[in-house]
Design a protein around this ligand. Structure first.
Ligand SMILES: [Zn+2]
Length: 151
């Protein structure tokens, strides 16, 4: 667990949004924030019932709050998009990455996001287009971009 040096520790308050109670990914960070006497809140998020709770929690935060987000890719997208609507920016959040072996690919043709892609090219299960997996990771979609292979 070496993510701590990638987290902004200079903010005054923190909100952790995760989809599992007592998320083990947060333990070392929580301890660090406690040592630094930072304000800290956690929200356990499970789609879609907690969307209202999420919006309320985001609204309740003071300016300069930093988000720590750990969830499945679908939930991460939902949480990030909601946070952006509530005037957080990508600099105000840290997203726990999945295992490096788990790759999510965005279909450049129909915008469907495939989970757990292992191949370098595959047929999109949503639009049927043959997709080439690029090396470009989109932080907006939290997925690798895939481009239609047109021949
Ligand atoms: Zn597609």
């Amino acid at each position: 667990m070496v993510v701590i040096n990638r987290i902004n520790l200079n903010r005054s308050s923190y909100l952790a949004i995760t989809d599992q109670p007592d998320d083990p990914r947060l333990q070392s960070i929580l301890e660090e924030l406690k040592t630094r006497k930072k304000t800290f809140q956690t929200l356990v998020y499970s789609q879609p019932t907690n969307k209202v709770k999420l919006k309320k929690a985001l609204l309740d935060q003071t300016i300069g709050c930093y988000l720590l987000i750990g969830a499945t890719p679908i939930n991460v997208r939902e949480i990030v998009q909601t946070a952006l609507e509530y005037h957080f920016t990508h600099l105000d959040m840290f997203i726990f990455e999945d295992e490096p072996s788990v790759k999510h690919v965005f279909c450049g043709c129909c915008h469907f996001i495939h989970d757990n892609v292992e191949a370098s090219r595959f047929v999109c299960k949503n639009c049927g287009q043959l997709i080439e997996v690029s090396d470009h990771f989109s932080h907006y979609y939290h997925a690798v971009l895939g481009f239609p292979n047109i021949q």
